[in-house]
Unconditional design. Sequence first.
Lengths: 314, 320
Amino acid sequence: MMYFLIRRTVGFIATLIAVSIVVFAVMNILPGDPALTILGMDATDDALAALREDLGLNEPLLARYFGWVAGALTGDFGLSHSFRVPVSELISERLAMTISLAVAGMLLTLLIALSVGIYAASRHGKAGDWVTMFISQLGIAVPAFWLSILLVLLFAVNLRWLPPGGFPGWSEPVAAMRSLILPTVALALVQSAVLARVTRSSALEVMRQDFTRTARASGLSQRRILWRHVLPNALVPIVTIVGMQFAALVTGTIVIENVFYLPGLGRLIFQSIANRDLPTVQALVMLFAIIVVTANFVVDLLYVLIDPRLKARA
Amino acid sequence: MFEMVDVTVRFNAGEALRGASLRIAPGDRIGIVGESGSGKSMLAACLMGMVPDAAKLSGSLSIDGTDMTGAAEATWQAIRARRTAMIFQEPMSALNPLRRVGDTVAEPMRVHLGLSKSDARNRVIALFEEVGIPDPVSRLRMFPHELSGGQRQRVLIALALACDPELLIADEPTTALDANVALKITDLLVHLSQSRNMALVFISHDLAAVARATTDIAVMYGGDIVERGLTAEVLADPVHPYTQGLLAARPDPQAIPRDANGSRRRLPTIPGTVPPLYAMAQGCRFSGRCSVEREECASVKPMPVGPRHATCHAVKRGEA
């Protein structure tokens, strides 16, 4: 068990180092002068030289890499060019928005997908199964941004129940929550369509196993068998997909925040790319990568919590 | 008292159980023997209310006079564990792998009897002692994969006993176990049946185990009960050609003498295999494999005759 934890932690750190090298390389080694990229083709030589000095581009590559990593470890990602404030400040202002969106989206996804998936499995081959799986097939086919627009048209424009976009700030908690409802739903619906199907097929697999029959022979109700015996045993493939989906949700906020005008990291990365704000883009890409790698690390640990047999083998 | 009268289980492909009748009184120990596909497990499923949805059930099944033939799943949920309980062939896969065995055994008590956590725990410990699990206090915290096959089967027996059932059905309880462990489990089931005055239906194709465990026997073939009687009498003097074939195929060192060269003759077998449901004969289902078969056997269903209720035209004519 200890060996497993150490091995996974070492793997986690190694992945982060590899990611940081790739992110740095893509931004700095690829052909093209970052200063030229930022200032554009019409920039004067003086301005370019000044910016190169400013960005530290004149220093050797390795020194720049280690400088960037050392800064990142202490939360210093340098100065944003377009916003003229430290990148860390930009991120910390917006992190709460993106994390709330992703976490709320994930929770809603789990709520919908597990209920629908278990329901469909319990109605295997019957009308309820067919209908829910047909709807989930539609859900997979629909792109999130298009669904967002439909949701806005229905609930904000026609029914006027919810704001169409924008964010009033956390100082008004009720209004803030209201403005996050539609984006959360838009994020969750597509993901839950995928996860519901995974839940259904994994649950069906477990329902064929002998211990489900034992539970039934013990006079337990179908509901109890499904939620207390089948679902826990179906979790390993579900958790695998959830880990990948959390990553998809975090990156999915890029689209959703732009559709709904929400001040989060997704919108920031979009603006920074448009503004050719290299330090900000580099920091954000790294941050998204860290979130994805961390999600996978947590999934690995969850496997062992779910299944005691893995603990013995790990 | 459990009573099945003329119970038939019909699938689209054919009848998995054909007019089976069986009475089970408290303390009875009844063996059900037959090959795979003979309908043994379907008979057990009837007694548990666990016949597959795709099947049509006819005839009558009653518990203490209450008709259960068309009973709803919810009605059966109240019967299972408290009145009828069952253990299965595969102790390796019959336990939820993610649960501590103590929690698995405690669950029906908590659900059906409304016991508190600590009361249930105490009963689990007592049950583990009753079924011969050493050091029950530490065993109940273990997961199935930490126990041996024999220990797991004991856990499953404890689970079946959790709510004091009147009838325990053991479906091939020893098939997956080592010979000496199988013997101990068989003796345990007999002991439990006697000490609790609990009826035992012991399903097996192992004639030695059935002889050891039961007082009465029903021999099944192709969904029919072909012969029944006291276990000792049926095994000593079988009347149905199928039972005779089954007994002749039993490897018994004493019964097979060596010839002049010191080698033993080959063990006789019943020719052919049990046909699939859709290919079963309309008449006697053993026709096609039977040594005393006559013309009418394949088309006319033989009615039970004599004290053994043998379903055989030859027995009826006094030929077998």
